[in-house]
Design a protein around this ligand. Structure first.
Ligand code: CMC
Length: 426
């Protein structure tokens, strides 16, 4: 393996060490280069590792995603979201008693205080649920601020439990607010995914009645979204957290970053596209537009920037999507009929086969959530819910080790120093 690289700066040879990764590409350590009077330039971090991490590994060429070394398809088939949360936070899978204690710890912390619920009074029914969720997550800091000492592992663990436990309650409250219904309290006899669905779709005073197909699909959506290494929102959590702000503030920053259509909003874009296509008879026209180099239109939910072979999450999500569509009688829904036809076309036509343009996770999670009756404005909220253990694990990993405040440099291209001119002389 390469141990070091050598660069020549104005005739002077400078050696840079190469750090060895346990999986994937090694990295050139450029930290010493500033002594030579230069910075490195890498907008968008396309060639830059911003941190060391032990949490998640992605090999996009071979369709591999590992949480703490375990393949996503095995976790999605065999585990539960509670187990995955424990795994991400602690680095190892729990035994039975550890899992049952962890589940109890989460259940105990799911309810939110009555006075905290008033945070939603400041929003109208038409407010986007993500704005309510961002505000409520930041608001949790007010409940914990005095006691929170981020240098103490026990406090960091408590913050992680609070965030994972309260996000389904907050997400469901945002939904209930948006449809003008009363909030439903969590029920500790339910699983994490059942509880979320009960708090969304249950009615006050009624016994929980959650379909096992829907809760299994929702649990799988949470597992598949739980972490994706240094994506934009996770990097935002790390960057905000590097200022030593409280974890609720750091996670609120990450939540806001997730809101963008280039990140957490892609499954919403799939549904918008299906609405635009409108009818099965228009599919051929839209497929032709997608293939036309002169037309900017792309089939939303197809292709991936990192996964160039297949998205291992999409493969797993596909079976859940089909199960939910069947149970919900989705063959009657015109949008989902369009989705099913598009899926077939992408698997049969050379254009898509030659370019490895298979349906991605957003395609399947979008149509699954739609078939469950969840409005598109809630899609990113559900992504937030799923990603919570990943964010808090990365925050904890950073705080537990020596770290520096994140402070990128810039390539300055502005004016040289010049004198101020008073307004009458301009
Ligand atoms: N529909 C039609 N053609 C496509 C599509 C598409 N969705 N995606 C890529 N292509 C074509 C592209 O035109 C190019 O054709 P050619 O080789 O003839 O020039 C070829 O496929 C390679 O595409 P690319 O643009 O080099 O691929 P990329 O890695 O730059 O883009 C992508 C990846 C995800 C941005 C793109 O596939 C896309 O815009 N997809 C639709 C949006 C979408 O579903 N985004 C969610 C991705 S998953 C997010 C997550 O993991 O969180």
């Amino acid at each position: 393996m390469v141990q070091k690289v050598e660069i020549v700066i104005d005739g002077k040879s400078v050696e840079l060490p190469v750090l060895e990764a346990s999986e994937g590409l090694n990295v050139i350590d450029v930290r010493g280069i500033i002594k030579e009077g230069l910075f490195t330039f890498d907008p968008g971090f396309l060639s830059t590792a911003s941190c060391e991490s032990n949490v998640t590994y992605i090999d996009g060429d071979n369709g591999i995603l590992l949480y703490r070394g375990y393949a996503i398809d095995q976790l999605a088939e065999g585990s539960s979201h509670m187990e995955v949360c424990y795994l991400l936070l602690n680095g190892e899978l729990p035994d039975e008693s550890q899992l049952s204690q962890f589940t109890k710890d989460i259940n105990d912390r799911m309810p939110v205080d009555e006075h905290f619920q008033h945070i939603f009074d400041g929003f109208t029914k038409n407010s986007h649920p993500m704005s309510m969720v961002c505000a409520a997550i930041a608001g949790l800091a007010s409940l914990q601020h005095d006691s929170l000492d981020i240098s103490d592992p026990a406090y960091r663990k408590e913050a992680a439990l609070q965030l994972i436990a309260k996000i389904p309650t907050i997400a469901a409250m945002a939904y209930k607010k948006s449809i003008g219904e009363e909030f439903i309290a969590p029920d500790s006899s339910l699983t994490y995914a059942e509880n979320f669905l009960h708090m969304c779709f249950g009615k006050k005073g009624e016994q929980p009645n959650v379909s096992s197909t829907l809760s299994a699909a929702m649990d799988r959506i949470f597992i598949l979204h739980a972490d994706h290494e240094q994506n934009a929102s996770t990097s935002t959590v790390r960057m905000a957290g590097s200022t030593e702000c409280n974890p609720f503030a750091a996670i609120a920053a990450g939540t806001a970053a997730l809101w963008g259509p280039s990140h957490g909003g892609a499954n919403e874009a799939v549904l918008d596209m299906l609405v635009e296509i409108g009818d099965e008879s228009n599919i051929e026209e839209y497929v032709a537009k997608a293939k036309d180099k002169e037309d900017p239109f792309k089939l939303m939910g197809f292709g991936h920037r990192v996964y160039k072979n297949f998205d291992p999450r999409a493969t797993v999500m596909q079976s859940s999507a089909h199960a939910v569509l069947e149970e919900q009688g989705a063959s009657e829904d015109p949008l989902l009929k369009i989705a099913q036809k598009l899926e077939t076309i992408a698997r049969e036509q050379d254009y898509f086969i030659d370019r490895n343009l298979y349906p991605n996770i957003d395609f399947y999670s979008g149509i699954t959530l739609k078939a469950m009756g969840i409005p598109t404005t809630m899609f990113t909220v559900i992504f937030t819910l799923g990603r919570m253990p990943g964010w808090i694990t990365h925050w904890d990993e950073m705080i537990a080790a020596p770290f520096k405040i994140a402070r990128p440099r810039q390539l300055y291209l502005g004016e040289h120093k010049r004198d101020y001119v008073s307004i009458d002389n301009r």
